[in-house]
Design a protein around this ligand. Structure first.
Ligand SMILES: Cc1cc2nc3c(=O)[nH]c(=O)nc-3n(C[C@H](O)[C@H](O)[C@H](O)COP(=O)(O)OP(=O)(O)OC[C@H]3O[C@@H](n4cnc5c(N)ncnc54)[C@H](O)[C@@H]3O)c2cc1C
Length: 517
């Protein structure tokens, strides 16, 4: 049983177990906004309560025109923070500890699995088990869950042989970043995409481009803006990287680095919330667990020390955007594969509850959801089992299976969501709020009139509440938007497949059989 973050029992346990953090280095580290006490047993593994505490760091977040002094006290943000906190508690729970944490082979210390640099296929399988857990825990609502972690840094290690020619010192910085992340069990957001402005303008003329405005002896100063930034308001740090290749990109914009959520000069302007923060678990089983906030990040002369500027003015990195994104793309697609399994569960539950599972046309619809889930899962399994060791010694999932899987997953997702709505019939709009059901003059009648097939009327209502949150609610729509476009949209994935897939064997066979020289 996972103890809730901040429960009195949990706090008392932590008070017993923890010791004040003595290391001055961690206390002054640019990336570690707020130090937290650590347990003697597993110094690198934070509890949910410690994670929540780490977010009270003076960051500047603006929502609905208001500055939020403490994100953990803002109801709609707090719900999601609590869901993330549950993941940290699960890292300490004996039942899930070995899935979510790993003993670092280099020093024997337990670290969050997501901060492990994968060296073998077994490491990728370990990752897969972790992603499965986190997807079932949150139902995949977070596109940047805790276990998304340092994906870009790991890719950086993997492709160091392409980077080191111009920046031999980069690998040392990345390894230090990984150590700091491991020791502090940090959550990380992606700060990649430039804000939307006239795409016809060459990049140097776009006022919002993130660029270096001053080079100092101790680091760089950046100004401009970035879009998306999912989970940054509810997390610890962000990794800054370049947007997709643009031949007009000036060197002042070629920046790879890391920044804490409370960096001075940085302001996060959140989009409109898609939940209220008052949802009950009965009426909204999923939305009551919160949402992942996105927003526009404004940089006004933000300082980054050289230690956390992994790369600067290196055109080689601009040109390998998809290569460096590969590991992140796999994690995203793998999460989608487990979301697909959850969709299968929902389809089955709907047709069982309504007693429509004997109708051939209904069975065919469910079969489509099964085929979708099997295809995506199969591709993800193939990506792991056909993993490739890079020249720099990191095991990465097979890129073709990742890209093809992600393309299939996002193109078909709207249709799969529509099948669930279709199978539900009136169920989704016939949902009755708990407050109405609890009325003594109404509840008994609903109990009598609405029972399903081997399912009480109340349970059937709960099921459709969940399916609503998965397919219709504003939060479900936000997630659908995210899946569709984050980490490059479908047209770009097709271009990537065309560019990268080795089809020489098939082409040779055609030539031979057709008799073409
Ligand atoms: C909910 C949500 C969360 C997000 N979170 C993050 C995040 O955490 N971090 C982050 O960095 N980004 C994030 N993003 C941004 C996302 O990565 C971008 O929206 C995506 O990469 C597309 O870029 P754009 O929006 O700038 O598209 P634009 O460049 O404005 O183009 C608009 C559309 O035109 C088409 N198009 C444009 N150029 C091409 C091309 N070369 N080839 C094919 N089609 C093209 C595509 O259909 C594209 O969607 C998020 C987006 C959403 C919706």
């Amino acid at each position: 049983m996972i103890e809730t973050a901040g429960s009195p029992r949990q706090r008392a346990k932590e008070a017993d177990m923890t010791v004040a953090l003595a290391e001055a280095k961690s206390q002054t580290d640019f990336l570690v906004s707020k130090t937290v006490s650590r347990s003697k047993e597993d110094p690198n593994i934070r509890s949910g309560a410690q994670f929540v505490e780490s977010l009270r760091d003076g960051r500047t977040v603006i929502a609905n025109g208001r500055e939020i002094p403490d994100v953990t006290a803002e109801p709609w943000l707090r719900r999601g923070i609590d869901t993330l906190a549950g993941y940290f508690d699960a890292q300490r729970d004996p039942a899930t500890r070995d899935i979510l944490t790993t003993v670092d082979p280099e020093n024997g210390e337990r670290i969050s699995t997501c901060w492990l640099v994968p060296k073998t296929i077994e490491d990728l399988r370990r990752y897969d088990r972790m992603i499965k857990y986190s997807t079932y825990q949150s139902f995949g609502v977070f596109g940047r869950p805790v276990d998304y972690g340092p994906v870009k840094a790991i890719s950086f290690v993997a492709w160091n042989h392409l980077i080191e020619k111009k920046e031999p010192e980069a690998i040392g910085k990345i390894r230090n970043f990984l150590k700091v992340g491991q020791r502090n069990n940090l959550t990380s957001a992606d700060i990649i995409i430039d804000v939307q402005a006239n795409r016809k303008l060459p990049m140097p003329q776009r006022a919002g481009r993130l660029r270096v405005v001053e080079e100092r002896r101790d680091g760089i100063v950046v100004s401009g803006a970035k879009a998306g930034n999912s989970v940054l308001a509810q997390g610890n740090i962000g990794t800054i990287s370049m947007p997709p290749p643009d031949p007009t990109m000036p060197e002042e914009c070629m920046i790879w680095g890391a920044v804490p959520a409370n960096a001075p000069g940085m302001r996060l302007i959140l989009r409109e919330p898609s939940i209220t923060g008052r949802e009950t678990s009965e009426d909204h089983p999923l939305d009551s667990g919160g949402e992942e906030a996105d927003g526009i990040l404004l940089f006004d002369r933000v300082f980054l020390p050289w230690e956390y500027v992994f790369s600067y003015r290196n055109p080689a990195i601009r040109d390998i955007y998809t290569t460096l994104g590969q590991f992140a793309f796999w994690k995203i697609a793998n999460r989608l594969s487990y979301r697909a399994e959850i969709f299968v569960g929902a389809a089955q539950m709907i047709v069982s509850a309504l007693g429509t599972d004997h109708i051939p046309a209904v069975r065919a619809q469910v079969a489509e959801v099964i085929a979708y889930a099997s295809a995506v899962r199969g591709l993800m399994t193939a990506a792991i089992e056909k993993g490739q060791l890079t020249e720099s010694g990191v095991m990465l999932p097979h890129p073709t299976f990742v890209t093809a899987g992600r393309l299939h997953a996002i193109q078909e997702l709207p249709r799969i969501m529509q099948i669930l709505r279709d199978l539900s019939g009136q169920g989704l709009i016939g949902r009755v709020p708990q407050s109405s059901w609890d009325r003594s003059d109404i509840g008994p009648l609903l109990d009598e009139y609405l029972p399903g097939n081997n399912m009480s009327a109340r349970d059937k209502n709960r099921l459709f509440n969940l399916v609503w949150d998965m397919t219709c609610s504003p939060n479900a729509m936000r997630l659908a938007l995210f899946e569709n476009i984050n980490a490059t949209p479908a047209p770009a994935l097709k271009e990537e497949l065309f560019r990268s897939h080795d089809r020489s064997e098939g082409v040779a066979a055609i030539r031979r059989r057709a008799g073409i020289e």
